[in-house]
Design a protein around this ligand. Structure first.
Ligand code: HEM
Length: 468
């Protein structure tokens, strides 16, 4: 008898040990609702892949579990929040978890502002913000106007009824605006700008591919990535050293000057220079692409914007004093940011145990700010998939909590540093295009979104231009 009791006890102990060894601890040691990890190694990665992207997975999770949920990214326990109330509770947190953005480190470098936390991150942001604050923005108007006029001139030279690829033009336009305004207008030839775009495309698409498909060490893919990266950094180095020489002749303080003055660490300067180039053009290029798409799809909105431009500006260029009067155009841009879900999520962590929405958050747990889930919340944006700029009329905006619409992030004064600059680019670019052309969709296209770190159209969007 004793023998069988011991045998059963040993068997049960063995079973317990086997189960705890083979399967991860159920996460329900936390009170935060959410799925269990599918496997110990991959957590919920397969579920994310099945959903199509992290943003689409977060939409499903929040629908199922509410405003706060948690899941496993590989072996890492990750929390996600999506309501204005929870955003507000997290609004003072500055530090960003490195692990969620590690994928891009081989390109932007470990010293990038993207990974800078604590006092170092805060000090660097304070310095960089000087060239993006409201009082500084007027520096950019003339150069943005010049580049916008160039684009429109180029388009005017196209044959009538030509099918124009919007994303190709808009991303190149945004890249040029960033380089010219932040890094010195004379630093780049057109060929160099094309080369940056080309090498960036190779490097970025390789990193995105690595989400699902890791290449062998030394494989042609890795070689192509390393080659593209080397060329990008060589160009950045050239621009930085040219600026050092040129600087004597100019009082203009650009982002490049702030970077050069802030430290002697060459690697850090190069990492941040590239982070700003990439952070700026990929987002703004896609924002402009989506804006042109929505305007082409909604001719009534386009007509209303055109009438506003004529009334507010007459034949004058946009100036810092007049841009704020383009109220409806700002609404169109905000509705574009909302409908396109341009930057679907941000993230933070704290290095101490904390509380959020009544739940305990263990120290160092990444907390995702599901910005895109909030932008599509029916409670604040009824019929969320409908493009309707009137949602952002001053009266309608007042009736919503401001944390419901945070397309540039919100926490710890670490909102996107370039967001005001992005609005100026969009306002001047769109005014210049719409004054000259009526934009129309080429018929027969089905436009869909691909959600990554930035949301872009899955296929190119084609329009035609009708001169006004
Ligand atoms: C429509 C355009 C843009 C969108 C939607 C966007 C969105 C964002 C978001 C959501 C973040 C993360 C904020 C957070 O962690 O809370 C971010 C960070 C950042 N953005 Fe933007 N961005 C845009 C344009 C730009 C532009 C034009 C620049 C450069 C001129 C830029 C440079 C950066 C940089 C450097 C960071 C990292 C800042 C840090 O680590 O503190 N972005 N952006």
């Amino acid at each position: 008898m004793l023998y069988s009791v011991v045998l059963v006890a040993v068997f049960l102990c063995g079973l317990y040990l086997a189960v705890t060894f083979l399967f991860p601890r159920r996460k329900r040691s936390t009170t935060i609702p959410g799925p269990n990890p599918a496997t110990k190694e991959c957590g919920n990665k397969e579920d994310i892949a099945k959903a199509g992207s992290l943003h689409e997975y977060l939409i499903d999770l929040h629908k199922q579990y509410g405003d706060i949920t948690a899941f496993w990214l590989g072996q890492e326990f990750v929390v996600s929040i999506c309501s204005p109330e929870l955003f507000k509770q997290h609004s003072a947190v500055f530090d960003r978890p490195v692990s969620l953005f590690k994928l891009f480190e081989p390109l932007i470098g470990e010293k990038s502002i993207q990974y800078a936390n604590k006092e170092d991150g805060k000090n660097r942001r304070k310095q960089y913000n000087t060239v993006f604050n409201q009082n500084y923005l007027h520096h950019y108007y003339a150069r943005i106007q010049e580049e916008s006029d160039d684009l429109v001139k180029q388009w005017s030279g196209l044959p009538k009824e030509e099918h124009v690829p919007v994303a190709r033009y808009m991303v190149a336009f945004a890249l040029k605006l960033g380089l010219v305004n932040l890094f010195d207008s004379h630093a780049f030839t057109d060929e160099e700008i094309l080369e940056i775009r080309h090498n960036y495309d190779i490097a970025w698409s390789e990193l995105e591919r690595q989400l699902v498909d890791i290449p062998e060490k030394g494989s042609p893919r890795i070689k192509a990535f390393e080659d593209a990266k080397r060329k990008l950094y060589a160009l950045v180095d050239k621009v930085l050293s040219n600026r050092k020489q040129l600087r004597k002749d100019t009082d203009d303080a650009l982002l490049i000057d702030v970077l050069l003055d802030s430290t002697d660490d060459k690697e850090l300067i190069a990492n941040d220079a590239l982070s700003f180039v990439i952070g700026g053009f990929h987002t703004t290029g896609n924002m402009l692409t989506w804006a042109v798409y929505f305007l082409a799809e909604h001719q009534d909105v386009q007509d209303k914007v055109y009438r506003e431009i004529s009334q507010v500006l007459g034949n004058n260029d946009v100036e810092p004093e007049t841009s704020k009067d383009l109220v409806y155009l700002y609404q169109v841009i905000d509705e574009t940011l909302r409908c396109s879900v341009l930057a679907p999520w941000a993230a933070r962590y704290q290095d101490f145990d904390s509380e959020l929405g009544g739940h305990k958050i263990p120290k160092n747990t990444p907390v995702i700010h599901a910005l895109g889930v909030s932008l599509q919340n029916e409670k604040y944006f009824p019929q969320p998939h409908r493009f309707d700029p009137d949602r952002f009329s001053p009266e309608n905006s007042k009736s919503r909590p401001s944390y419901a619409f945070q397309p540039f992030g919100f926490a710890g004064k670490r909102i996107c540093p370039g967001y005001k600059f992005a609005y100026v680019e969009a306002i001047i670019g769109l005014v210049t295009i719409l004054r000259k052309f009526k934009v129309k969709m080429v018929e027969g296209q089905t436009v869909t979104q691909t959600f990554g770190l930035v949301t872009h159209p899955t296929e190119e969007i084609w329009i035609t231009l009708q001169e006004r």
